[in-house]
Structures are given as C-alpha cells and as structure tokens.
Design a protein around this ligand. Structure first.
Ligand code: C2E
Ligand code: MG
Ligand code: MG
Length: 709
C-alpha cells in the first residue's frame, strides 16, 4: 500500500488558488459573513466582476445591508435575521445595487454555521438571476396583457349594438354577445353549444343546414362576405328582419364562423316611411300623383301586351269647396279620408286608388275585357258602385253630411296613348259629368256613354220600380205524368217580370244581369221570395192547389249574402208559408264559388224544410264529386238540351245521362223547356220525373193558373 503523501505548504497554496479561481470564474459569488452583523468576512473575487465592488469594499461593516435595493432591504434583512436566529439554512431573492447603478436580482442561499448552539457564521452563494427574473416578468406581463386584451375584446363585443355570434363548423354556437342576447331574447348559457339554426325560421333554418352541409362537402363557404337580409326568430317565436354577415377564421386548423347580426326592423320601418312619404298621400294614405303615374305607365304597357283594356276614372267631389268654407278644412279633411276609405272598398285589390290633391281622386282599373263594350260595362259597374258608396251619408264630427262625386271614365288599351292623353280624356269626361248635373258618370267615348246612360237609367228605374211595386210574378206550371198517362200539375216556378210604365212587360233577361251587377237583385230577390211565399199561402187555401210546390230562382249574389238563410226564414215566417212546399233553384255556375260555404248554407236551408233544385243543369262544369256532396232534391235539365232532343242525338244522350245521373244520386229530375208531346214522351221514356214548358203552359199570372185545377 502506498502511503498518502502529506501535502506541502506550497501545494496547499496552489490548491487554495485553484479553488478561488474556480469560484471566481462562475457567475456566482461565494461569501461568508458574521451571523450577527451580516458584515462580510469573505467574498469571492467574482463579486468584483459581477457587481463592480472591490473585495475590500465588501468587507466594510454593513456593506451588504447598505447595498440592498431600499424597497427590498427591510424585508430581506428581517428574513435573514429571523432564519439565522432559528438556525435555519435559507434562500431568498432581492434586488442589489451594483456599482455601475444597475439593479441586479440576486438569489441568496445561506447556510448557518453554528457554534455552541448559536449562529456564528453565515456562508452562502449569491447567483445573479436578473435575466431569469426579467424573462419571468415579461411572461407575467405578457399574460396580463393577453388577459387584458381578451377583456378588452369582450367589453367591446358586449357594448356593440350588433350581435356577434361565433359558431363552429357544425353550426354550434361558441359565443353569443350581449347584443345578440338582447336581440334574440336568449341568455348565452341557453344557446351555447346548440345549433345556430334555432335562431332562424324556415326556410332559413333548413337553408342554413344546407349551407353547412355544402361547406363540409366542398369546402366552399357560400354565404361569406357582404351582409344579407334574412329573418331571425326570437325566443318568444316572433320574427324580425336582420342583416347578417359572416366571416370565417381558422383556429387550431378548425374553421370558426363569425356572424355579425343587426336588427334592421327600425331601418325597414324608416325605409317604409320614406317610401310612404314619397309615394303616398299623407292625408288619406292613398297613392299620390307620382305613384299613380308610375302605375298608369305600367298599366298602359301591360294592357298593350295582354290585349285587355284598362280604365282610368277621374273623380271630383261635388261642391266640396262649400263644405271646406263652411265647416273648415279639418272637417273637409275628414270627408276626404272617409271618401278614400269608401273608394278603396269599391275596387279590387289589383286596382289602384290615388288622390291627386284637393278633392280629386283617380281610380285605375286593370285587366278588363278585350272588348270595348264589355270593358265599358265592367268599369261602369264599378263607377255606379262608387256613386252609390260615396252617396251614402257621412258623419263628420257630429255633422251629418251628404256628398256626391262626378266621375269621368276613359278606357285605354293601345300603347301609343300617352299618360297625359289618358288623364286629359278622363278629366274631360269628368267635366261632362259635372255639366250633366253632377252625381253622375260620363265616358269619354260617346257610344259607350250611350250604353252607360241607358244602363244607369235602367238601374235608377229599377230602384223606383221596386218602390212603386212595378215587379210582378208569373208562374209556370210544373207537371208529372201519372200511371194512367195523365198530366198532373204539382206546382209552378215563379218568374219575375217588370211591368214598366212605358216599356210594358220587361222579361227578366233584360234586367236581371244589371240587377245583379248593381246589387238591386238583393231587395228584388227578397221581394220575389216573399211574393212567392204569399202565393203559396193563397194556394194552400184551395184544396186543389194545397199541395202545390213553388220553385223560386235565387241568383248567385243573393245566395252568397251571409244572412241569406235568415232572409228565407223571414219570408216563411212573415207569410206563414209551408216551408216543405218551397223549392229554391240555384244555378250550376254558382258552384264555382266557395263550395264549402254553399254546402253549409244549403244544409241550413234544408234544416228549415225547404227543398233545393239545381237549375240549368248541364250548362256548367260542376264535378261529380262536388255534386255528390250537395244536399239537393232535384236536377233540372237545361232547356237547351230539350230543344233539339228529337233531332240532335248528342242532346238526347245528354238528357238521358242527366236523368241517370240524377237518379243515381237519389235526386228527382225535371226537364224545362218542353214544347211538344214528342219531347215529353221521349223524356218520359228516359225516366224523367217531371216536366215544365210551353207545352204544358207558359208563365202566367196567378189568376190564370185556375185552369190547371
Ligand atoms: P230559368 O230559371 O231557367 O227559367 C226558365 C226560363 O225558360 C223562363 O224564362 C221561362 O219563361 C222559359 N221557358 C219556360 N218554358 C219554355 C219553353 O217551353 N220554351 C222556351 N223557349 N222557354 C221556356 P224567363 O221567365 O224569361 O226567365 C229567364 C231567366 O231569368 C230564368 O231562367 C232565371 O234564370 C231568371 N229569372 C227569372 N225570374 C227570376 C227571379 O225571380 N230571380 C232570379 N234570380 N232570376 C230569375
Ligand atoms: Mg229557374
Ligand atoms: Mg233554367
């Protein structure tokens, strides 16, 4: 064994130097200090390099304490003192003032050297951790900045008037700002994670699903960019118009869609208001001159293309100035407003009513007949309706007022007519109406004027005629053939005639159509119904006629009155007629209207015991399925098929078919217009149940019916 060589003094010195060099070359400082005063008793040379002070300076009393950065000093010394007193090794950090004025962060780890149970020396290691501290501080500051930025963004989002909603690629909502909450009425927690389509009504709802699907399949996002106007659905189900713009961003490789939503209800209202002000008359809400001109221009072009006539009516209130002057403009305005409302109720939706100013109104009618006389008749009907409507009494602030208009009409069709031409002609016609004594209608065209005048005259006469009892009923006998081949009368059809003071007995074909157009058919029809019922009562007094039935014709407009059933019931009650003997004839053409309503009414009528017959059968287009549902009692083969029964095989087939059809539906069949024994025999051969026609008797006054008894 080799003995361990004892080191020489020089070797020890060299060893000591090596250690010092090693220490000095590190970024640390080795030190020793008195455990009570903290004054250094040793400091490695590296202290000079790292902090600038010489070793001698370090050895000065309280040097360490005095060079701790003042804000950290008290705490650092207190800590070191306390730990030392507890004989605890310790480590702490503080800022130290370097000689060149820099602040250096030091990590100080200290070992307490104990002698006799008391702290004697402190030995430690100081490490410059400034770089590390700065990096950490930056990191903390960076995080704070990020947090602040996020908070900032959230604050901005929450204060935005626009709703901001972000969704993921599956359409699930990821964020929902306050404005979106206000707009849709949902709290964010109610919607987050749910599909954004819950905020849209159909069809946007499904469209949105489609967009997303399309996106997934093609990667193409079709709804990006410029705002679109769509509808939003609030929590309570109500809808509102919104503008929506979407942008796409990527996060972690996944797309996110940001939707910017704005409630545009107010803007829409604003736009509507602007449009209203620009195109509508503020007093009446009717179109103003500008809008009328636009519509007229359009109407002229359309009529040229379609070959249908249009008509322009120029209306001026008679003596309007008088009202304005006597009761003031406020009252005048009230009248204008009421006139506007009445005018609108007289025209169809497609027609336009405008106020040009003052008491001048214009009505524009479109889509009238291609034939001038028909078109004239159509516009005349509306003009008469307007005359009637505007002629009714007005209540203007407790004042009862009556007013009438003068109306000028011009028809137009050809595109070469300018708007000015049309307006001027209507204006001329209106002045003619004024000149003709006001409260009347004039056409620009003299020929049309002649027809219109005749119609107007007739309508006026009819009204008078009703009051003066000029209408009469004639009765045409209806018969059956009994088993012995004998003709047995079973009742009659009531047919109205007008006993005109100068024209004599006017047949219904000449006045019923006009009566229907002018609604005179309503009072006239009611009169017929009551007169026929009264006749039924008269028949009931005589044994031979006591079981006779009475057929009464009912026109479409009469039947469509909501209180028609009540009218029938009234007539029965008023006269005391037996409801079972009354038979109402309706025509097939009526079935074009609201069939459900017709079925309901027929049911209600039948509930009173009254029977129903379908007149002129075969001339209309009623479907079998419709026919099957009607609570009818009788079909009436139209006289046009009876007329040529013997010569036209087609008519014979039709008649035979109608009989078979009626029977298969459980109905009786009657033939009208039977003029000969041959016709009667042929119809009887087909199984026809009853007959009516000149062969049995013409329509005649009740007094002459006695010969059938
Ligand atoms: P309608 O109800 O089909 O009446 C039958 C029409 O045929 C009657 O004409 C009658 O006189 C006529 N006629 C009857 N037998 C014969 C015949 O053998 N040969 C020929 N050629 N014609 C015959 P009228 O009385 O002129 O009535 C015509 C139409 O006027 C009626 O057709 C009916 O639609 C309507 N009408 C008559 N009175 C009224 C009524 O009080 N109210 C309603 N709304 N319409 C009525
Ligand atoms: Mg009839
Ligand atoms: Mg008929």
């Amino acid at each position: 064994m080799t003995p361990h060589p004892v080191p020489t003094a020089s070797a020890l010195l060299a060893e000591d130097q090596r250690l010092r060099d090693l220490v000095d070359s590190t970024d640390g400082i080795i030190w020793e200090a008195d455990a009570l005063t903290f004054t250094n008793t040793f400091i490695s040379k590296s202290a000079e390099r790292l902090l600038g002070y010489t070793v001698q300076e370090w050895m000065e009393p309280d040097f360490w304490k005095n060079h701790i950065y003042p804000p950290d000093r008290e705490q650092a010394i207190a800590y070191a003192t306390a730990q030392t007193a507890r004989l605890q090794n310790h480590a702490f950090e503080y800022r130290f003032m370097a000689k060149d004025g820099r602040l250096v962060w030091l990590h100080d780890s200290t070992k307490v050297v104990i002698e006799n149970g008391k702290p004697r020396w402190l030995r430690g290691f100081l490490l410059d951790i400034t770089q590390h501290k700065l990096a950490e501080q930056q990191r903390i500051e960076g995080q704070a900045a990020l947090r602040e930025a996020a908070l900032h963004t959230q604050t901005i989002l929450d204060h935005m008037v626009d709703g901001v909603i972000t969704i993921d690629a599956k359409g699930r909502m990821e964020s929902f700002n306050k404005a979106a909450s206000r707009m849709f009425g949902y709290a964010p927690e109610e919607v987050l994670g749910r599909n954004v389509n819950m905020l849209m009504p159909e069809p946007h709802h499904s469209q949105h699903d489609g967009y997303l699907q399309h996106y997934h399949m093609t990667g193409e996002a079709r709804v990006m960019g410029a705002p679109r106007e769509v509808e939003g659905r609030r929590r309570d189900g109500s809808l509102f118009p919104m503008s929506l713009s979407i942008s796409k961003i990527a996060r972690g490789g996944q797309p996110i869609f940001i939707g910017l939503v704005r409630d545009v209800t107010e803007r829409r209202q604003y736009e509507d208001e602007i449009r209203r002000l620009a195109f509508y008359d503020p007093l009446t809400g009717l179109a103003n001159r500008r809008l009328l001109m636009d519509r007229l221009k359009h109407a002229i072009v359309t009529s040229d293309r379609s070959g249908q006539h249009g008509a322009l009516m120029f209306l001026d209130l008679d003596h309007f100035k008088l009202l304005n002057d006597s009761l003031g403009h406020d009252v005048g305005d009230l009248l204008l407003q009421q006139v506007a409302a009445r005018l609108q109720s007289c025209v169809r939706e497609v027609d336009s009513v405008a106020r040009l100013g003052g008491d001048e109104f214009v009505v524009l009618l479109e889509g009238l007949s291609p034939f001038p006389h028909e078109a004239a008749a159509q516009s005349e009907v509306i003009a008469l309706k307007i005359l009637d409507a505007l002629g009714q009494a007005y209540t203007l602030r407790q004042h009862n007022h009556s007013s009438t208009p003068s109306i000028g009409i011009v028809l137009f069709m050809h595109g070469h007519e300018t708007m000015d031409d049309v307006l001027k002609k209507a204006d001329v016609a209106m002045y003619q109406a004024k000149a003709a004594g006001r409260n009347t209608v004039r056409f620009f065209d003299p020929a049309m004027q002649a027809t219109a005048s005749a119609h107007a005259e007739l309508a006026k006469d009819m009204r008078h005629g009703l009051v003066k009892d000029e209408f009469v009923l004639h009765y045409q006998i209806q018969v059956q053939i009994n088993e012995h081949g004998a003709t047995v009368p079973t009742g009659a059809e009531a047919l109205v005639r007008w006993n005109h003071p100068t024209r004599g007995l006017v047949p219904p074909a000449e006045f019923i159509p006009l009566a229907e157009e002018t609604h005179i058919i309503l009072p006239l029809g009611q009169w017929v119904l009551e007169a026929a019922c009264a006749q039924l009562v008269a028949w009931s007094q005589v044994p031979a006629t006591a079981q006779w039935t009475m057929a009464v014709n009912v026109s479409a407009s009469q039947f469509s009155q909501p209180d028609f059933v009540a009218h029938v019931a009234n007539a029965l009650r008023k006269t005391g007629a037996n409801a079972h003997l009354l038979k109402l004839e309706i025509t097939e053409s009526m079935l074009m209207d609201d069939v459900e309503d017709i079925i309901d009414k027929m049911g209600a009528i039948k509930a009173h015991g009254v029977r129903m017959s379908l007149d002129d059968f075969g001339t209309g287009y009623s479907s079998l399925s419709c026919l099957k549902r009607l609570p009818l009692d009788q079909l009436k083969i139209d006289q046009s098929f009876v007329r040529d029964l013997l010569t036209d095989p087609n008519d014979a087939i039709i008649a035979r078919t109608v009989v078979a059809l009626g029977h298969s539906l459980g109905l009786k069949v009657i033939a009208e217009g039977v003029e000969s024994a041959e016709q009667r025999d042929m119809l009887a051969g087909m199984g026809c149940d009853a007959f009516q026609g000149y062969y049995f008797g013409r329509p005649m006054p009740a007094s002459e019916l006695a010969r059938f008894c």
